[in-house]
Design a protein around this ligand. Structure first.
Ligand code: URA
Length: 229
């Protein structure tokens, strides 16, 4: 990870304070003074601030049931950041692994382990995400087939990756996708002439929201964390 991030993970310092210390030449990595905050370091390196060795706190992995009108961002905008709902120390040092729109509810994963979240959001990993979708119009008979072959989203090169669609009710479906393009689910249904009127994420890889109440969070189990290590 970046050196400034390592310092934050192992002290009570903010990113700005860590950068200031670096600039002052107070940080050594394996006995060499390092000033560049972007330097990549490993937990096995001997990293010292003014001669005292730092030990990184272990990473945290959280699942949250996102309510409507909260945003997947580390800063508040029109709506508040959902990180306010996670009452752990330094919640705003964590990041969201796979964003949801303000008007989408459901499963959100939050961590301070960048390598772990990369395994969820990297397009190369093709991690499955399951959404429950409520539609304006009844599902057309050919939509599942179109989604299997891929549809053209406006402004994108190439078709969407094969997606699985299971009908629940006339206007309710479960959609499994392995991509995470901007507004992907809404744009996929727009591409087949329908409209999403409600969206809820139920699952990411093997991790399920299950009966976690709206607005609440819990730490992931070791088995859940291991799924993306
Ligand atoms: N697709 C969308 O359109 N919105 C989301 O929030 C998630 C997936």
């Amino acid at each position: 990870m970046r050196l400034d991030k390592f310092i934050c993970k192992s002290t009570e310092l903010t990113r700005t304070e860590a950068k200031k210390l670096l600039k002052m030449g107070k940080v050594t990595v394996n006995d060499t003074v390092i000033k560049d905050p972007a330097t990549q370091v490993h937990e096995n390196n001997c990293i010292c601030v003014e001669g005292s060795e730092l030990t990184a706190r272990s990473s945290r992995y959280v699942i949250l049931h996102k309510p409507l009108d909260t945003i997947c961002s580390n800063v508040d905008e029109i709506y508040p950041s959902l990180l306010h709902l996670i009452d752990v120390d330094r919640a705003f040092d964590m990041h969201i692994a796979g964003r949801l729109d303000a008007d989408t509810t459901g499963l959100v994963l939050v961590t301070d382990d960048g390598r772990w979240s990369h395994n969820i959001i990297s397009p190369k990993k093709q991690c499955e995400k399951v959404y429950r979708v409520w539609l304006r119009d009844a599902l057309k008979a050919d939509t599942a087939e179109k989604f299997t072959h891929g549809v053209q989203l406006q402004g994108e090169e190439g078709l969407t990756r094969p997606a699985k669609l299971a009908q629940v009710e006339e206007r309710e479906v479960l959609l499994t996708i392995t991509e995470g393009k901007y507004h992907q689910v809404k744009r996929m249904f727009a591409a087949v002439g329908n409209k999403v009127v409600g969206l809820h994420r139920e699952q990411i890889g093997p991790i399920k929201l299950a009966n976690l109440p709206l607005g609440e969070w819990r730490y992931l189990s070791q088995a859940e964390v291991d799924a993306f290590l």
